[in-house]
Design a protein around this ligand. Structure first.
Ligand code: SF4
Length: 114
């Protein structure tokens, strides 16, 4: 299993346009070494300077949104899609994950990618 395969297990979720509420409350998102390597390669490829954390705001959040969106880590993708990571603006995907499904995805993430 590759990390993208894991990401595909997370239900699609379309945020409210222009809303960055979770990114302003996240600090620096946690990530595995695999995700960190992808992120660093993306920053280098796109000549993006890593920002500094500002309070609880993610350093990758810029005026136009997430500057690393294609390689955003697992936790950013999961947010809003499962019972324990509900969107604070109360937006939901068509299919909210069941708690057991969330636990299984976390288990895969922690056992295969750390
Ligand atoms: S990495 Fe991107 S999606 Fe994740 S919290 Fe930061 S700005 Fe938001």
């Amino acid at each position: 299993m590759q990390i993208d395969d894991l990401y595909h297990l997370i239900p699609d979720f379309i945020c409210t346009e222009g809303c960055h509420a979770c990114c302003e409350d996240f600090g620096v998102p946690s990530r595995t070494p695999v995700e960190d390597a992808r992120l660093k390669a993306f920053l280098k490829q796109h000549s993006i300077q890593q920002g500094k954390a500002r309070g609880n705001t993610c350093p990758y959040l810029v005026a136009t949104g997430c500057s690393i969106y294609p390689v955003r880590p697992f936790i950013c993708r999961l947010y809003g899609t499962s019972p324990n990571y509900r969107c604070k603006m109360e937006v939901s995907p068509l299919r909210l994950m069941h708690e057991d499904e969330e636990a299984e995805i976390f288990h895969l993430y922690q056992t295969r990618f750390f």
